[in-house]
Design a protein around this ligand. Structure first.
Ligand code: ADP
Ligand code: MG
Length: 367
């Protein structure tokens, strides 16, 4: 859905007032009262001036009788009709001013309500971000815990079972060959279960991410998922690949993981390139494919809107970063992940071991 951004409402400051108006207001005569005084006072003053001037002119200059026809005509015209016109104009001005004041008051009220709603929204947005951060952290911790439990508990049991089976297989009397075969078959099943459990552990939480850092984990992920499909891949590193603290490295890894899922599901690509660029303050991950490109891949059910890209963006936002998905030239799709580097190791967390010689980590075997 396209979002329209409205221009922020402009509320003009009140026009600067004259010193006299301010002085009167300080004495308790409001602007509205001042306007009423002017509306009534000015026409009356004009009438008085005209009346006095006409008397002076007729008595002293023209030496006429005061209430001559000429005098009355001039007084009525300049001293009554003129001030009435002035009164009407001022009446209209006052009406307009009151209307403007009312509109300004409504505008101010609306603006204040909007400002309050905006503050509430910002607060909710912050809370949502914190909550999301927590949920993602808990999810990772839970994955790590389940992986460890499978590794430690189930792994030991299966290893014990396998050893016992082998022992009974080797010590079974030779006159029972079928029993030996059954033992071998069972041991095979146990081995397969161990392999399966190992895969589940790696899917839950790639141990290379904890043990060696982002780059080996990414390489392992690309190899594990793209090699079987015959999709070529390349990883380029510019700068220090271990600049991200563990939590952000996990976020970066999960985002790239989702980008790879999308490439496999939608792109029909031949080549994938992952570029990791880090400097002291920011880290960028660029995942490019030469596939069909956005909007070309079918999404299955009509009207279906995937959550993968949204999830990637939310995850990056939770770390103070961003994800941009767009077309790649000449063809394909590019996913740009930008994450700020938070300086110093996080509380309670250790940096991954960057000094390990192997880029491709080995996941510990069960048992
Ligand atoms: N690398 C890609 N190549 C082609 N299309 C893509 C790619 N990544 C995403 N898309 C398109 O964007 C849509 C949304 O992706 P996403 O949010 O991950 O949802 P989903 O994968 O569940 O469909 C996909 O359905 C697909 O059409
Ligand atoms: Mg997806």
């Amino acid at each position: 859905m396209a979002r329209t951004h409205r221009q922020p409402m402009e509320i003009r400051p009140p026009a600067p007032r004259g010193a006299l108006s301010q002085w009167l207001e300080r004495r308790g005569i409001s602007l509205s009262q001042q306007l009423r005084i002017v509306q009534w006072g000015l026409p009356v003053l004009l009438s008085l001036i005209v009346f006095v001037d006409e008397i002076r002119e007729h008595l002293l200059e023209k030496r006429e009788w005061v209430f001559s026809q000429n005098f009355l005509a001039e007084v009525i015209f300049f001293g009554i009709l003129g001030p009435i016109a002035v009164f009407l104009v001022l009446w209209w001005v006052r009406g307009e001013w009151r209307e403007r004041e009312r509109a300004q008051a409504v505008l101010r009220q609306t603006y204040n309500q909007l400002a309050e709603a905006q503050a509430r929204l910002t607060d909710l947005h912050r809370q949502r971000g914190e909550l999301l951060n927590r949920v993602l952290r808990i999810q990772e911790e839970e994955r790590r815990r389940v992986a460890r439990e499978i590794h430690d508990e189930l792994g030991q049991l299966l290893t014990g079972l396998s050893l016992h089976l082998r022992h009974y297989q080797e010590t079974a009397p030779p006159e029972f060959p079928q029993m030996r075969e059954q033992m071998a078959y069972l041991n095979d099943l146990v081995q397969q279960t161990m392999d399966q459990a190992h895969r589940i552990i790696v899917d839950l939480r790639p141990t290379s991410l904890d043990d060696y850092g982002l780059l080996p984990a990414l390489e392992e992920e690309l190899q594990k998922r793209l090699d079987p499909l015959g999709i070529a891949y390349q990883v380029r590193v510019i700068g220090d690949s271990n600049c991200l603290p563990p939590e952000q490295a996990t976020a970066a890894f999960r985002i790239v993981q989702e980008a790879i899922t999308n490439i496999i599901r939608h792109a029909h690509a031949q080549q994938v390139t992952v570029t990791l660029r880090c400097d002291g303050s920011a880290c960028e991950l660029l995942v490019e494919d030469d596939g069909l490109g956005l909007g070309q891949a079918s999404t299955g059910e009509t009207g279906y809107q995937g959550m993968g890209i949204l999830g990637m963006q939310e995850r990056a936002a939770a770390m103070g970063g961003s994800v941009t998905v767009g077309p790649r030239e000449p063809r394909g799709t590019r996913v740009l992940v930008q994450l700020p580097v938070v300086s110093g190791p996080p509380a309670g967390g250790a940096w991954p071991d960057a000094t390990h010689p192997s880029a491709r980590a080995e996941t510990p075997a069960l048992g």
